[in-house]
Design a binder for this molecule. Sequence first.
Ligand code: LLP
Length: 437
Amino acid sequence: MSVNQSIKPVSLEYKENLTIGGCDLKKLAEKYGTPLYVIDELTLRGICRDYKEAFKEYKNIHLMYASKALCTSAVARILDDEGFGFDTVSAGEIYTVYRAGADMSKVLFNGNNKSVREIELALDLKVGRFSVDNFYEAELLNNIADKKGVKVDILLRITPGIECHTHDYIQTGQVDSKFGFDLSQVDKIVDLIINKYKNLNLRGLHAHIGSQIFELKSFYDEIEILVREIARINKKFGLKLDEMNMGGGLGVKYTEDDTPPDVKDLAKAVAEAMNKYSVEIPTIYLEPGRSIISTSGVTLYTVGSSKVVPNGRKYVAVDGGMADNPRPSMYQAKYVAEGVNVSEMAQRPKEKVTIAGRFCESGDILIENIELPELRSGDVICVYNTGAYNYSMSSNYNKVEKPAMVLVNNSQSDIIVYRETLDDLISKDSIPDRLRK
Ligand code: LLP
């Protein structure tokens, strides 16, 4: 079983209180306050090894972490240490991984509307590959590279026209998408690169079909299209493209209803799709985000108020919610949680509750109708599988400070993101002189 098939971090233990990485979660909550993001290093390194092991047969496999899932300096350090490169989509992500000491030749710059400033930064920091998304970008990148006197290795992002079963907002490979060249535009851009954009060096194709995908068939279909398209381009234009980036997208297990495939089975599907078309594409890039970081993350919250409404539903409110985890309100995402005070909880009667956030919107519900031992004010709860796209998409809604993040391992906990302070919240504000008292 690979790590993405588990709801909870691999080092989780049920003692008097829950522990992760040998750290008592109740004590972590006392020491660092709540809400608190906790990242388990063992789980993170575990999934990195699952990927490396599953794809070890491939000589030229480039594993890149899609840093949009969670981009902090310490996380980047660990991924670099595990030999991963990075899929980045902004100056901020490029800068973070650069400052964390990443091997920049293993960094890909991706995105549908890269700015001049971002392209310049990426070139100055010598990212290994650009994934060129559209005609406008190809011309822009070529001009900037020309001015700098450099030649850029690129992949072309294509939309393979695959619909996969996931939330509409996180589907990206369908034809009606803002990302990439559709297949009817490929010849035109290849022709432009060969004949006009002399500073672009085309190496291969890139696609990403969506996120939280459970069906291996979708990946199989995607690879089939990529491989066929590469073979076709090579033949038609006399090129030797030899790189294929199949994106990310492998799902994780947020609840018992989720059935993500094993990383090994993903690797098998890749092998089968490649063998079927017996083309030689020595270099394969993978850029998983969620499946790398999600399971290693949990969020701790403290229970505050609660109320029972006339229809009998009981709301239990915690000290975080949609600003630190917007996924339930954005995507109807489901999570599971439990109290960290395990032995104490075991004595309490069970009840069905709805865990509400503290933000001023009725939609700020973290978990609807979960059965748990009675929760009381002051209890700390642990929400599982919050490593991916929680902190990344967090906000200061209601002018609330963003939580801290700690890394746990070997009974040690270290801050990797400091909790914001009230002064942080106004640190970028400015009052024009004419309004001053
Ligand atoms: N590569 C590309 C080009 C992508 O657009 C993405 C994710 C990935 C790789 C990584 O996909 P993953 O392995 O994480 O599925 N905020 C949403 C997810 C958006 C995903 C965007 N692209 C969520 O919270 O579910």
